[in-house]
Design a protein. Structure first.
Length: 223
């Protein structure tokens, strides 16, 4: 039996789907329509999703994290311009960097593609009612990161404002202080070496230091 939930009180909820795979979009559409949603648009790129959302604002956008053009970038753009539209990310993996980047971009949830399709409609209905959509294992991870950030906030190095270090940047900085190489940091944090270098560059800009060693020295001075 279809869910047919009318969150607005006057019409069924409308959802925009963006994913690079045709079969994934078809499966999402089928599951959502069976639960009474109206699919307002299907897109295969991040910029296409932004344009479609601005053209015909949906109640919720379901965006693939790795859609061409960037799903997280699309989420940030949509949330910045459409305050009433909720955004939920969809991914095949629970990479920490992607999860926290999505939440920082304004997403209300991060779902895995392996989830039971029968749970998708009720989960999005929950988002439209103000709930967050995170699998239990991601919720536990989020709590751990929040606690780590709280601890680091007492260290005296975090600046309030645009130059705050993110939790992942603190992880990388901790590794730098241990003298780990880019490869070793990538292995420890389960991220790519390219991602490590990106974080190091961001740390250097935020701390206004010329190189890695200067960042390590700054930490030592303020410890």
């Amino acid at each position: 039996m279809a869910l047919v939930v009318d969150v607005s009180g006057s019409r069924p909820p409308r959802v925009l789907i963006a994913d690079e795979h045709v079969t994934t979009r078809a499966g999402l559409r089928r599951a959502l329509e069976e639960d009474g949603f109206v699919v307002s648009a299907e897109e295969d790129t991040g910029p296409g999703a932004v344009a479609a959302a601005l053209r015909d604002p949906p109640d919720v956008c379901l965006l693939g994290v790795h859609v061409p053009g960037g799903g997280i970038e699309a989420a940030a753009a949509i949330r910045a311009r459409l305050a009433e539209t909720e955004v939920v990310m969809l991914s095949a993996s629970s990479n920490d960097d992607d999860v926290f980047a999505a939440l920082q971009a304004g997403a209300s949830g991060y779902l895995l593609k392996e989830m039971n399709p029968a749970r998708l409609g009720p989960t999005l209905v929950g988002v439209l009612r103000g709930e967050a959509a995170l699998p239990r294992e991601l919720t536990a991870r989020l709590i751990r990161e929040f606690r780590a950030r709280a601890r680091r906030g007492d260290a005296g190095l975090v600046r309030r404002g645009k130059n705050d270090l993110t939790p992942r940047e603190w992880d990388v900085l901790d590794c730098l202080c241990e003298g780990l190489s880019t490869r070793r940091i990538a292995e420890r944090l389960f991220i790519s070496q390219t991602t490590v270098r990106r974080h190091v560059g961001s740390i250097r800009r935020k701390l206004e230091v010329p190189n890695r060693q200067a960042a390590v020295d700054l930490v030592a001075q303020r410890s």
